[in-house]
Design a protein around this ligand. Structure first.
Ligand code: SF4
Length: 273
């Protein structure tokens, strides 16, 4: 009797790909080399976003009746509040008060708005298998319109405004559009970002030609990422380093500490000619 062996393909998400594009070493410390995990610090803005997202998920989930009005939303924020990353109790209380304001305004807008769509999914994970990796994305909300078209909704908890071109050029939104289009090839798919602080939103979509090119480029990029031997790469100083969790780790790599010192001197203009 033979046993069939299946190998699991590596998985890539918008967050992983954006991290790699920002800095390959940041990708290495976050996803490849386990030493990195000891250096990752909780961030208050992630906690804030996660707290708001969990309430909005309940609000829009047709099968969850625990949040249907503003009072429910505020109570849900308190019970789903993520505490990590805040510098003090005062900072956290201020953030929670701001979160409640955002939710009150959001629910008010949602209640008064004439909605022609219906919510199809909340927090929906979609995947698409390429030959060498799996592309994976978790979409905040998907709306379906009477004409069959689909709208991807993405909440940005830290933003006041959003422009159409920002939606159009956003890598995560393009990946979501690609994944949803693969799942529903005969539907029209568009993407909307909602800036939660103000309620501003903007919508865009990639054309068929742009989507075909993006699908090709993302496969190339995915193959590059999973084919990279990160041990052969050397970190290079960049603006991101100043506030990076992994700076002390990178400083242990050959030459980086000295290169980083030169880089900082250049930035402050004290390097000698
Ligand atoms: S310190 Fe700089 S080079 Fe090192 S992981 Fe962070 S951003 Fe990348």
């Amino acid at each position: 009797m033979t046993t069939k062996m299946t190998t699991r393909l590596p998985s890539l998400s918008p967050t992983k790909i954006v991290t790699y594009l920002a800095c390959d070493h940041k990708y290495k410390w976050t996803y490849v080399d386990s030493r990195g995990k000891w250096f990752i610090r909780s961030k208050s803005y992630f906690s804030f976003g996660t707290s708001l997202h969990s309430v909005l998920q309940k609000l829009h989930d047709q099968n969850d009746v625990s949040v249907v009005n503003a009072e429910d939303a505020v109570n849900a924020l308190e019970s789903n509040w993520v505490t990590e990353g805040y510098a003090s109790a005062d900072e956290m209380a201020e953030a929670q008060a701001r979160g409640k304001e955002i939710l009150l305004e959001y629910v008010d807008r949602e209640v008064t708005r004439q909605k022609e769509s219906r919510t199809l999914f909340v927090e929906k994970t979609l995947v698409w298998k390429y030959p060498n990796f799996v592309l994976r994305g978790r979409i905040d909300r998907i709306e379906e319109y009477p004409d069959g078209s689909l709208e991807i909704i993405d909440y940005k908890s830290g933003r006041e405004t959003v422009l159409e071109e920002e939606v159009h050029n956003d890598l995560a939104m393009a990946i979501y559009q690609l994944l949803l289009q693969k799942a529903y090839p005969d539907r029209d798919v568009r993407c909307t970002i909602i800036a939660l602080k103000s309620g501003h939103n903007a919508t865009s979509k990639l054309t068929d030609d742009e989507m075909a090119d993006f699908a090709f480029q993302i496969e190339l990029l995915g193959n590059e990422i999973i084919g990279t031997d990160f041990d052969l790469r050397r970190p290079s100083p960049k603006p991101l380093c100043e506030r990076c969790d992994f700076l002390s780790l990178c400083k242990k790599e050959p030459d980086f500490a000295e290169n980083f010192r030169h880089y900082q001197d250049q930035q402050t203009g004290i390097e000698e000619d």
